[in-house]
Design a protein around this ligand. Structure first.
Ligand code: PBG
Length: 308
């Protein structure tokens, strides 16, 4: 079969409602373009293992199983939430497209509709992310941060059952699942910087698959691509990994790429911040510059502290 022979494109996805929404979105775009599409539903280690996300074993826990299926040619396209996809490249696969981004922010969902500033001292806030934990502690050291796992629906159920007073989630997931009415407060980037790639999809294909390269490249959004390239390069340069307390937000304003980044100690006491602007085609250079600035401010010690 030559690379240009039309064939059914097999999309590999997890089965959470959010993952299925994302896979169906890709499927609809390909179908509109005249392609035949089939969904391959997979279960990853991250779906099965409900222990708190911790340590090196968590890297790629939602994405490796999907990638393996594509590499084994049991499917053709891996569809991820980009923020779950490790920044280090995977041999044999190419990140071919990052489609238009959903809202990038994190948000607070609380019982009794209390904003972050209004939560009582000692209120229990659920998050599984060290990035969110650190930034939360920086803003409100008097709150009690507790681990939470499970997909978006499960976390909302745990909030509603009274196990937590509030939780923090990505706005993107809530919007896609049409649950954005649950949002109590959208957290501005000044309060909380999102994870690299948050709100974006990451679409991977086999590097040598010319047919899928053409079909899927059409779904790429250049502004999103420049923004997330900067965010992921910053993360990679800081050797952060998905557990690092690093928040970063790239966006295009009047044709220029703006990039913000923080590194925050787990107790929230130290917060290193930097910001820069460059043309979008210099996304990687800008990201490396900002990473360098954070390292000069002492980022390596804070990131190392998290690994211990
Ligand atoms: N596995 C966590 C995860 N991965 C992607 C999203 C939300 C969608 C996104 O940020 O793209 C979530 C849930 C959350 O953080 O609330």
């Amino acid at each position: 079969m030559t690379s240009e022979t039309p064939r059914t494109i097999r999309l590999a996805t997890r089965q959470s409602p959010l993952a299925l929404w994302q896979a169906n979105w890709v499927s609809d775009r390909l179908t509109e373009a005249g392609h035949q599409v089939e969904l391959i539903l997979l279960t990853t280690r991250g779906d099965v293992d409900q222990r708190p996300i911790d340590g090196a074993s968590a890297v790629g826990m939602f994405t490796k199983g999907i990638q393996r299926s594509v590499l084994a040619e049991e499917s053709d396209v891996a569809i991820h939430s980009l923020k779950d996809l490790p920044t280090a490249p995977t041999p044999g696969l190419t990140l071919i497209a990052t489609p238009p981004r959903a809202p990038v922010r994190d948000c607070l969902i609380s019982r009794g509709d209390k904003k972050l500033d209004e939560l009582a001292a000692g209120a229990i806030v659920g998050t599984g992310s060290r990035r969110r934990e650190a930034q939360l502690r920086h803003l409100r050291p008097d709150l009690e941060v507790r681990s939470i796992r499970g997909n978006v629906e499960t976390r909302l159920e745990k909030l509603d059952s009274g196990e937590y007073d509030a939780i923090i989630l990505a706005e993107a997931g809530l919007q896609r699942l049409e649950m954005h009415t649950r949002i109590t407060e959208s957290l501005s980037p000044e309060k909380m910087l999102p994870a690299p790639g948050q709100g974006s999809l990451g679409i991977e294909i086999r590097t040598d698959d010319g047919f899928c390269c053409t079909a899927l490249a059409a779904l790429n959004d250049p502004d999103t691509h420049a923004s997330v390239t900067a965010e992921r390069t910053l993360m990679l340069t800081l050797e952060g990994g998905c557990l690092a307390p690093i928040g970063t937000y790239g966006r295009i304003v009047s044709g220029q790429l703006h990039l913000d980044a923080v590194v925050v100690s787990r107790d929230g006491k130290q917060r290193l911040y930097t910001h820069g602007v460059a043309p979008p085609e210099e996304a990687m250079t800008l990201a490396r510059q900002l990473a360098e600035e954070l390292l000069q401010q002492g980022a390596a010690e804070i990131i190392q502290e998290q690994r211990d």
